[in-house]
Write a protein that binds this ligand. Structure first.
Ligand code: C2O
Ligand code: CU
Ligand code: CU
Length: 501
């Protein structure tokens, strides 16, 4: 598939374009914004057109004009012997993101983001995935303790027309896991075009703590930057060095939406599903945010933050108590790293009247005790670098991905120190499949209290060295580790480990 093309031929036609009342002016603006991403100054007409004024005023697409969509929760198709069985089709779809336009996507069940699975610790699930696309696909459960054969390894694919039953033991603490396509070399494309969904694993502990688990107050927020063609289709252009950058932020598939909230306690589960963009999020009125969980589940203690930095593939769970706001308040969640209005406005909370009794609690004190890791058996250094000899490729330890080669063979139950050494001027969100790690050292300074719990992805900043300690449990077998800037990972920045008995 060539870049710049919509994923398949079912794009909007001219009639769609014409019937659109929302006007092409706004779309013209998005191209002006887009051009700024190529390093040039924003090419903006000096004539005071309405389009120009609109661009100046806000984002090319009026923010906060749509309600936040909430992906549906998938119901099991059956339950056998305590195992919930789900079924999904991986298929093409059309979705209305810009009013009056149809955007072609790939989607689990044809929607973007895909349906949410709410699973329970100790209760396994089987997810039957049927590939109705015309090319290979597969599904990786990111953050899950999953046997290697069910991990969605890049080489284990579901052929078109075929199905695979992914079995997930759910034998780990509550966490915000997510599922996405992982067919080798395609993830930048397939995730961008929609193959992403949330998998919320709950347990007794989070209920004891009084954390919201009711879908009305426990909200997954899938954040990703996109860009659009004139016909409303997603615009994608490959940049292997930088990774894709869009000019518009989508939350759950809507442009900078608004979310009506009651005066209640909400659990907001942020997932950065962007190809390569990191965000620094801040509440508009400077209110602090209370973080309770990260990739691997609950933190030891809640952490108050004035800003939240989230790299691709990371998850951050926040508690926001809207009882502290007057009815009618509008609170904007902003990305203070955004280079334009379209990439600054993330989401607006509109506080409604009323509230009622609160049954949830803001946890105080210790939420969890992090298990002690065994002393490391080995120490490894992984250099992250850009190779340009045969096309632009990011590499780990001067190696590109080779499915035939095993790069590390740790023993089951052991741990090691892995040093990510990043002399480049890009951020590399480094991710390990099937296992979790702790961050033990950062050359850039102290480890943020919110990063001291279990992680599966760590943003290694430009010029930084980050040492992590993976724990090689609970399964033996072959897994990958890679950069989650998708253009980096697709273009070789991935290695393989085999956990041995
Ligand atoms: Cu989201 Cu290979 O992972
Ligand atoms: Cu993963
Ligand atoms: Cu990278």
């Amino acid at each position: 598939m060539t870049p710049q093309q919509p994923p398949f031929g079912a794009g909007s036609n001219r009639r769609d374009f014409m019937r659109n009342g929302f006007s092409s002016l706004a779309l013209v603006c998005t191209f002006a914004a887009q051009s700024s991403l190529k390093g040039a100054e924003i090419t903006r007409s000096t004539a005071p057109t309405s389009a120009g004024r609109r661009f100046k005023a806000a984002t090319p697409f009026t923010p906060f004009s749509r309600d936040l969509p909430i992906p549906p929760t998938l119901s099991p198709v059956s339950t056998r012997q305590g195992v919930d069985v789900y079924a999904m089709d991986i298929q093409e779809g059309l979705t209305e993101i810009l009013p009056g336009f149809e955007t072609p996507i790939y989607g689990y069940e044809g929607i973007y983001p895909g349906p949410t699975i709410r699973a329970r610790k100790g209760r396994p699930t089987i997810v039957r995935q049927t590939n109705k696309l015309s090319f290979d696909s597969n599904v990786h459960l990111h953050g899950g303790y999953v046997p290697s054969a069910h991990d969605g390894h890049p080489m284990d694919v579901i052929l078109p027309g075929k199905s695979f039953d992914y079995t997930y033991p759910n034998d780990q603490d509550a966490a915000y896991l997510w599922y996405h396509d992982h067919a080798h070399g395609r993830t930048a494309h397939t995730l961008y075009y929609g193959l992403v969904g949330s998998y919320l694993l709950s347990d007794d502990r989070e209920e004891e703590l009084g954390l919201p688990t009711d879908p009305e107050f426990d909200i997954p927020l899938t954040i990703a930057d996109h860009a659009f063609n004139k016909d409303g289709s997603f615009r994608y252009s490959e940049n292997v060095d930088l990774g894709f950058r869009g000019d518009t932020i989508l939350v759950n598939g809507a442009v900078s939406p608004r979310m009506a909230v009651k005066r209640r306690l909400y659990r907001l589960r942020l997932l950065n599903a962007s190809n390569a963009r990191s965000y620094t999020l801040k509440l508009g009125n400077g209110r602090t945010l209370l973080q309770v969980a990260s990739d691997g589940g609950l933190l030891e203690q809640p952490v108050l933050r004035s800003t939240v930095l989230i790299h691709p593939a990371e998850r951050i769970e926040l508690l926001v108590d809207f009882r502290g706001f007057r009815p009618g308040s509008e609170i904007v969640l902003q990305n203070i790293d955004g280079e334009s209005a379209g990439t600054r406005n993330v989401l607006r909370f509109d506080v409604e009247r009323g509230g009622g009794a609160e049954e949830f609690k803001v946890p105080r004190g210790r939420m969890r005790t992090i298990e002690k890791l065994p002393a490391p058996n080995a120490s490894r250094r992984w250099d992250l670098s850009l190779a340009t000899a045969s096309g632009v490729q990011w590499r780990i330890a001067d190696r590109g991905y080779d499915p035939e080669r095993i790069d590390v063979r740790p023993r089951l139950g052991t741990s090691e120190l892995w040093q990510w050494h990043n002399p480049s001027n890009r951020i590399h969100p480094m991710h390990l499949h099937g296992m979790l790690f702790r961050i033990v050292e950062r050359s850039s300074g102290v480890i943020h209290p919110a990063d001291r719990s279990w992680k599966d992805t760590v943003g290694v900043l430009a010029g930084e060295t980050v040492t992590v300690q993976p724990w090689f449990v609970p399964y033996t077998g072959r897994y990958v580790f890679h950069c989650h800037a998708l253009e980096h990972g697709d273009k070789a920045m991935m290695l393989q480990l085999e956990v041995e008995r």
